[in-house]
Design a protein around this ligand. Structure first.
Ligand code: NAP
Length: 252
């Protein structure tokens, strides 16, 4: 799959699925803006991308939930490359809360990052994507059974599914495609936000894998390949779809 000269914004690119996607896109010739807050990690990904084909990515080191961040990412990208072909909405986090916690802090934080940011970034990218007949990929958790503590995370996941399906009605007439890639449990830094210590991470994944049909925790590189396939020209009518890649974890 050849992405030579195609311009992509990848959010969440300092870690996990976004980092793997940025590196894979770079290896296939894409020109990138990579977004994250952790400087050391983002720069390490930028170096890996540059090593692939010699193209230094634009590094947008910012908190996407802050006012004007989304605009800034799109502005920097178009200023640098004069166009935009792809947006990969991958920044996100998981946090625990429940109906019995009367504070709205976690709920609001999850909505701000996992739902408002992709919506807003999409808004700002669409004028440019219309020109290139471009593509948006939302990384949305697979439709696995929800668990107590993950109520807002599950609500947002389902809202993002609806976002993908409803947005396609507005974007398809403009020639812009939008799809969701929906991973199951994937080995990334996501669990750190759930207060799993680094030295307990392997045990945590081991426990999680036991409830999965094929007992496999996915690696971010496999999700990145699915995202690459989605934006490729192999299936030009792949649009408004949910591509679930979860080792059958959501089959219940
Ligand atoms: N891992 C899984 O099992 C799994 C399964 C299904 C779906 N997903 C989804 O996949 C996406 C990527 O998650 P991951 O598993 O790759 O997790 P991860 O390794 O923790 O990566 C999360 C990324 O989001 C970025 N991010 C977080 N808050 C941000 C903010 N306020 N502003 C800008 N960037 C921010 C992080 O950047 P910094 O660290 O630099 O802030 C990091 O690059 C998420 O939407 C997640 O819900 C994950």
């Amino acid at each position: 799959m050849d992405l030579t000269g195609r311009v992509a914004i990848v959010t969440g690119a300092s870690s996990g699925i976004g980092a793997a996607t940025a590196k894979l896109f770079a290896a296939h010739g894409a020109l990138l803006t990579i977004v994250g807050r952790n400087e050391a990690r983002l720069l390490a990904v930028a170096e890996a991308c540059e090593r692939a084909k010699g193209h230094k990515p634009v590094c947008a080191m910012l908190d996407l939930t802050l006012e004007n961040s989304c605009e800034e990412v799109v502005r920097k990208t178009v200023e640098t490359y004069s166009k935009l072909d792809m947006l990969v909405n991958c920044a996100g986090k998981a946090m625990l809360t429940s109906l019995f916690d009367m504070s709205m802090t976690v709920f609001d934080e999850l909505v701000a990052l996992n739902m408002r940011v992709p919506y807003k970034l999409t808004q700002h990218c669409v004028p440019h994507l219309k020109r290139t007949k471009g593509h948006i990929v939302n990384v949305v958790p697979a439709p696995m059974r929800s668990r107590p503590g993950f109520l807002p995370y599950a609500m947002i996941r389902d809202a993002m599914d609806r976002f993908t399906k409803a947005a396609v009605l507005e974007l398809a007439p403009e020639g812009v495609r939008i799809n969701a890639v929906r991973p199951g449990i994937t080995r990334t830094n996501l669990l750190s936000n759930l207060n799993v210590d680094d030295d307990m991470m392997d045990d945590a994944y081991d426990t999680l894998s036991k409830v999965l049909p094929n007992s496999v925790i996915l690696e971010p590189e496999e999700i990145a390949k699915t995202i690459l396939f989605t934006v490729s020209d192999m299936c030009p009518n792949l649009n408004g779809s949910n591509i679930v890649i979860d080792g059958a974890a959501s089959v219940y």
